[in-house]
Design a protein. Structure first.
Length: 121
């Protein structure tokens, strides 16, 4: 018979996937809360951008950026447009769902301006 190890405090309080009433804040952060997802979403608030423009502005490596753009596309935050004229170009922009995050970013910037001393807002 295997003995059960006690759960850590984080494991005891962490929301379970099968809980229908999990906190909407936690669920939201699971979708957009990574450093790279937030950086890409914030950059795309400025408008449509090519892959290399996003790579340059976010400092993400190509593999990370590609994965993040794919994830955000699958979740409905970002759409991809391919222009097939030579040279072929891929453009990324926010969907309505992605653009709906603009007031959230505005509030975060406002909060950072008030509470983070070393932040240039």
């Amino acid at each position: 018979m295997a003995s059960q190890q006690p759960q850590s405090r984080d494991e005891q309080s962490a929301p379970q996937d099968d809980q229908p009433n999990a906190c909407p804040v936690i669920e939201s952060l699971e979708q957009i809360g990574s450093q790279w997802r937030l950086a890409v979403l914030h950059e795309l608030l400025e408008g449509e951008q090519r892959f290399n423009e996003l790579k340059r502005s976010t400092d993400a490596n190509a593999r990370t950026l590609s994965r993040v753009l794919d994830d955000l596309g699958e979740m409905g935050f970002v759409e991809r447009r391919i222009e097939e004229d030579a040279p072929i170009a891929t453009y990324y922009s926010l969907t309505d769902k992605g653009r709906s995050l603009e007031p959230v970013f505005d509030e975060i910037e406002c909060w950072a301006g008030s509470w983070l001393e070393d932040c240039d807002v």
